[in-house]
Design a binder for this molecule. Structure first.
Ligand code: GDP
Ligand code: MN
Length: 407
């Protein structure tokens, strides 16, 4: 999944013809003040972070003048909102809201269709309201190929309790948002509030957008606007996670490196293949080891990619040993893995003669790989050893080097 920040989400929506407030993202309080002055003084200042519910966190501020906008921006910039650093604020022209509606589009994996959720009671209390009265939320799936028909959208809004003169335009806008959702290969598009203004217009005041990062190749308009690998949405990426994204971007076609940083731990974990990695991780923990991270690659990566990922794994403070293991089904060349790992150890100034490294690698070119590992002093295990044996050997190597009780 890839997250899109709100100012970019609104630019994209505007391109689809969705009415959004005028606004600009800025990185300094002075610029925020200037933008507000351009709007005649009054402005909404919002922290630009890739998570919602900022209103509740005090990160959406109303300013009555340029001076106030500058002060509100200064109060938000360089703070954290739900663990995300606020590097920019979005300064928008205020919308005179008469009524706050709620609309979201998600993918329903069971129905294998987009799902539309609507409520007449949008705004910052939507979660509370729908928890207490689930019927405040109207839900329906639709076929993305013909798309959502306007008449159907109107009926759904009626079921949500919205009627009157706004209904035709609401149906039109909802069908348009459904097209934008499909057209952007989105996972999530939430408009909250979808505001009905005092003048009787509709405006997307709050927008949350997440797109399918596997479909980016067919969306030049999303270039530079998507925060990738943000399935870890509960926190910002670490510098090392960012570095692995850069590795994949530099070589998109040979092997995909994945890296997840864990709290604590002392064993660098560089293993491969989804299933085998999980087995290895459990085996390591079961043997009494503490992985510091979780890194895997598959799909025949280049030596540079292996080396880059191994350097990232070794670069986390507190990593005192390295576990490298693959099952034969990973289809990765053992000599390439060996060269990459040895290159990373050299670059990190670590010798496998002092720094515990256990490698369990089987498959193509394993005789060559064994020789490269052996020459570097790496403890090498081949196909005669199980994944469990390898994990126990790693934990034993840590104890031998640093002491400690057997688990
Ligand atoms: P969220 O809390 O992260 O979803 O941020 P929103 O962009 O939805 O803003 C939170 C709330 O602030 C909205 O639900 C509105 O009630 C209010 N708000 C935001 N922008 C405006 C605006 O332009 N005019 C008015 N009157 N209220 C706004
Ligand atoms: Mn909102």
């Amino acid at each position: 999944m890839g997250r899109v920040l709100e100012h970019h989400a609104k630019e994209l929506l505007a391109h689809w013809g969705v009415p959004v407030p005028r606004g600009r993202a800025v990185a300094t309080s002075r610029a925020a003040g200037n933008v507000a002055v351009g709007f005649g003084g009054r402005a909404v200042v919002k922290a630009l972070v890739p998570v919602g519910r900022r209103g509740k966190a005090g990160a959406v501020r109303l300013a009555g003048s340029g001076v106030e906008a500058r002060a509100e921006a200064a109060a938000l910039l360089r703070t954290y909102v739900r663990d995300y650093p606020v590097r920019q604020v979005l300064v928008e022209e205020p919308v005179a809201i008469a009524r706050e509606l709620y609309l979201s589009l998600t993918l329903d994996r069971e129905a294998r269709r987009p799902r539309l959720l609507l409520s007449a009671r949008g705004g910052v209390e939507i979660e509370e309201i729908t928890r207490r009265s689930p019927r405040a939320l109207v839900s329906a799936t639709f076929d993305p190929l013909p798309g959502l028909a306007e008449y159907r959208a109107r009926e759904l809004w009626k079921a949500a309790g919205v009627g009157g003169r706004i209904l035709p335009r609401l149906g039109q806008l909802t069908a348009l948002l459904a097209r934008a959702f499909t057209g952007l290969d989105a996972y999530l598009l939430e408009i909250n509030p979808l505001a009905e203004t005092t003048a009787g217009d509709l405006v997307a005041v709050g927008a949350v957008l997440a797109v399918d990062d596997a479909a980016l190749f067919r969306h030049p308009e999303l270039e530079g606007k998507v925060l990738v690998a943000s399935e870890k949405v509960w926190r910002p990426l670490t510098a090392r996670e960012e570095a692995v994204n850069a590795l994949n971007a530099a070589e998109p076609y040979r092997g995909s490196a994945r890296y997840l940083e864990l709290d604590g731990g002392d064993i660098g974990f560089l293993c491969g293949g989804g299933g085998a990695s999980l087995v290895l991780f459990d085996a390591l923990v079961g043997a009494g080891g503490q992985p510091a991270n979780y890194a895997e690659f598959g799909g025949n990566p280049t030596e540079a990619k292996v080396a880059g990922l191994a350097r990232v794994v070794l670069g986390k403070p507190g990593v005192d040993g390295l576990f490298v293991a693959h099952n034969i089904t990973n289809n990765t060349q053992v000599d390439v893995v060996a060269r990459g790992v040895v290159q990373a150890l050299d670059a990190a100034g670590k010798s496998a003669r002092e720094f515990p490294v256990v490698a369990r690698e089987v498959g193509l070119h394993d005789a060559e790989g064994r020789a490269i590992f052996a020459a570097a002093g790496v403890r090498y295990l081949g196909e005669e050893s199980t994944l469990g044996d390898a994990a126990r050997a790693m934990v034993a190597a840590m104890r031998e080097r640093y002491g400690g009780e057997p688990g």
